[in-house]
Design a protein around this ligand. Structure first.
Ligand code: FCB
Length: 498
């Protein structure tokens, strides 16, 4: 990897998602061919900004397709708590959050939103909102305390109750197998730098598929491999807290391999559910109109998006990224014959998580163009949702898409009248949903949308400081309060549109 690229990626990682400072549809008939735009990820920001459809606030009702999957998302470590119950082992996030200076205020996920005990009430909340889909993650160390061996029945039972409870309430479960809580014992054995961990993941996935495969219609393999790479191994502000670029991209390869092995495991057990990866994709735009900025943007896009998309959907890693990493990099040396065939085992859908665009300068650095949220890595740019969804369909074909995360942290306060007025979240979601609606109109096969997040939760290195939920959690009492955005979202779902 060039020094320049490494420096900028490190800087980028510091700004990356979940970064920290603690240390009638109205859509008309559409086809894929209708999807248009600039090629190869170097999207021109001015193009969409100039489009009167995108510039204007949505006028009139925007109806989504019938059966659109209105949802919300969470992850195990961020909400469950019960860190030591029912045979759960330690994960890298237990270790990391208990290490002084790693997480703001020394917060940990030990209790979180106590969802492990309050899941029934939380499911009732989801039903009351009218959710049709709920994306959650399964905690690997609840299923295998040290990441290997026979599954822990008590762990499996928890998720079985959860899944059955969702079905009873008419909500489709969408289960993520890995949302960053690697068993600590596997980290001690090398973590994702070890190729063996990809095989351990496949064994874990196999155990979960055997237990729940008849009742989970959609599986997601690995949440945001890029964030593990960038935040866990480049900037080091996520577990396991490393700063080692050479290791980082070997980790990327093993995460991709783990994904492919899990897809194969589902097919092998004959699971009826559909399966795909969950990628946080960032539309990358040149910061100016120089050829140098265009070239730098192209490479940046390779690291941000194509590394993950191409390997799964085209069976190859992008040549520009491999060339930039260099033949002696641990990643390039770690790719074995047949790996890309495993990684590109056919998937049924692709989960897209969109939070922010990136603007790349001629020198390969980044600049900000739009106001940021409370999360300083997040520029608020709804058209980026349209750009990234249409780009995926344009470049990779009509694979079904689901948005599995999109949301905003706001400085929510529980008022004396018992309400939480998060108007900013409503504006954000309205604008991003309108952009998603436009993408559907342009031919993108988007089947569902999940707000991040259902509940306020443990926001990784930010601890409990940032509140991302539709539902306010009063942590001292664990009392839940529907924020104004939750009431708004319920109306959106009931109307099937904006
Ligand atoms: C994503 C993570 C999710 C949450 C949001 C804000 O990158 O997948 O767990 O932290 O960011």
């Amino acid at each position: 990897m060039s020094t320049l690229t490494r420096r900028h990626l490190l800087r980028r990682a510091a700004l990356s998602a979940t970064s920290a400072t603690a240390a009638g549809t109205g859509l008309g008939a559409t086809t894929t061919a209708a999807v248009v735009g600039t090629a190869g990820g170097c999207d021109d920001p001015d193009e969409s900004a100039a489009d009167p459809d995108t510039a204007a606030a949505p006028a009139g009702p925007l109806r989504f397709p019938p059966d659109f999957g209105w949802g919300a998302a969470t992850s195990a470590y961020q909400i469950e708590g019960a860190a030591k119950e029912d045979g759960r082992g330690e994960s890298v996030w237990d270790t990391f959050s208990r290490t002084p200076g790693r997480v703001r205020n020394g917060d940990t996920g030990d209790v979180a939103a106590d969802h492990y005990h309050r899941w029934r009430d939380d499911l009732d909340l989801m039903r009351d909102l009218g959710l049709r889909s709920y994306r959650f993650s399964i905690s690997w160390p609840r299923i295998q305390a040290d990441g290997t061996g026979a599954p822990n029945q008590r762990g499996l039972d928890f998720y079985r109750r959860l899944v059955d409870g969702l079905h009873e309430r008419g909500i489709a479960p969408m289960a993520t197998l890995f949302h960053w809580d690697l068993p600590q014992a596997l980290q001690d054995a090398g973590g994702w730098e070890s190729r063996d961990v990809a095989h351990r993941f496949a064994d874990y996935a196999d155990a979960v598929f055997r237990a729940l495969g008849d009742r989970v219609p959609v599986w997601l393999t690995i949440n945001e491999p890029k964030t593990v790479v960038q935040n866990g191994y480049l900037s080091g502000h996520h577990a396991p807290g490393r700063q080692d670029p050479d290791a980082a991209y070997l980790v990327a390869h093993h995460l991709q391999l783990a994904h492919g092995l899990a897809v194969q495991a589902l097919r092998a057990v004959g699971g009826a559910g559909r399966i795909g990866p969950a990628f946080n994709l960032h539309p990358c735009y040149p910061a100016d109109d120089t050829p140098e900025a265009a070239a730098a943007t192209r490479l940046y896009d390779g690291y941000e998006n194509r590394l993950y998309l191409d390997s799964v959907l085209r069976g190859s890693y992008p040549q520009d990224v491999l060339a930039d990493l260099g033949p002696d990099s641990r990643m390039v040396r770690g790719i074995r014959d047949g790996d890309l065939a495993v990684i590109s085992a056919p998937v049924d859908l692709l989960a897209v998580q969109y939070y922010t665009p990136i603007y790349v300068t001629a020198g390969g650095g980044t600049v900000r163009r739009w106001p940021t949220s409370e999360a300083d890595w997040q520029q608020i740019y709804p058209d980026g949702m349209y750009d990234i969804l249409t780009r995926v369909t344009r470049d990779y074909g009509p694979i079904p898409l689901t948005v599995t995360e999109n949301g905003l942290p706001t400085p929510d306060v529980l008022g004396a009248d018992g309400t939480v007025d998060d108007a900013g979240r409503i504006d954000f979601l309205r604008d991003h949903l309108a952009a998603a609606h436009r993408a559907i109109g342009a031919g993108v096969p988007l089947e569902s949308f999940h707000v991040w997040s259902l509940l306020d939760n443990f926001e990784w290195a930010e601890g409990y400081d940032q509140r991302w939920g539709l539902v306010y959690v009063d942590y001292p009492t664990q009392h839940r309060v529907l924020k104004r955005s939750a009431h708004w979202y319920r109306t959106v779902i009931a109307r099937n549109g904006l």
